[in-house]
Design a protein around this ligand. Structure first.
Ligand SMILES: [Zn+2]
Length: 227
């Protein structure tokens, strides 16, 4: 991911590297989706403080080269975002860019790793606003009485990986799968936002960056609107 040109990618500009097989029209379309995804992130956070470069693949061979493990996209800190063919859309780009923005606003790796996965993923879910993780989908999950993870089952990276496995939310996108893990995270963050608003996210991240624990920062923001 660090030297995409050395891995055989074409440099469209310093912010975008694509598989050489991509046509001029496809490159143009990727650029368009990136711009649209960027606008969504900017609308949520108020301003964008990150400028990741993108590596966009078309083929499975290219995905493998960048270690996709079947995921449609991934953010690498606040530096880069990888997109597979299934991830070349504004909502997926907005989701990953939200991770980059959160990482940066929390103060980089040292602080960002202290943010529970449910909060990071939940914010990304809200920013991207995909139907498959929506409140309507949450109600479907409730209607079917599906088991859902507890929030404290979703703290660390390994927690998240285990939950995605346990609840069958594999990257392979099984038809009928209701994505309970991501939707639960989104539902939790929507409840937070209905009380604290998007500025609440920025406040929590700023507090974490200045050394406050996530739990204290979260409690500080939510206690003003708990009633
Ligand atoms: Zn994510």
């Amino acid at each position: 991911m660090w030297f995409p040109k050395a891995s055989g990618m074409d440099e469209v500009d310093p912010q975008l590297y694509v598989e050489p097989a991509m046509s001029a029209q496809q490159r143009h379309e990727v650029q368009r989706q990136i711009n649209a995804g960027r606008a969504v992130v900017e609308a949520f956070y108020g301003e964008i403080t990150t400028k990741p470069y993108f590596v966009a693949c078309l083929t499975a061979e290219c995905d493998d080269r960048f270690g996709s493990y079947g995921q449609r996209a991934a953010a690498y800190g606040d530096l880069a975002i990888r997109l597979s063919a299934k991830g070349l859309s504004a909502p997926v780009i907005a989701h990953e860019w939200s991770h980059a923005e959160l990482y940066h606003r929390a103060g980089g790796w040292w602080y960002a790793r202290k943010i529970p996965r449910w909060f990071d993923e939940g914010v990304a879910v809200v920013v991207a606003n995909e139907p498959r993780h929506s409140e309507a989908n949450w109600r479907e999950i409730e209607r079917h009485g599906l088991p859902i993870p507890k929030i404290d089952e979703l703290t660390s990276f390994s927690d998240w990986g285990a939950a995605v496995k346990k609840y069958g939310e594999t990257a392979g996108d099984v038809p009928g799968n209701l994505h309970v893990v991501y939707t639960t995270a989104g539902h939790q963050v929507r409840a937070f936002l209905s009380c604290a608003g998007p500025t609440g996210v920025a406040t929590v991240l700023g507090a974490v960056r200045s050394g406050t624990t996530f739990d204290d920062a979260y409690a500080m923001v939510t206690e003003t609107c708990a009633h």
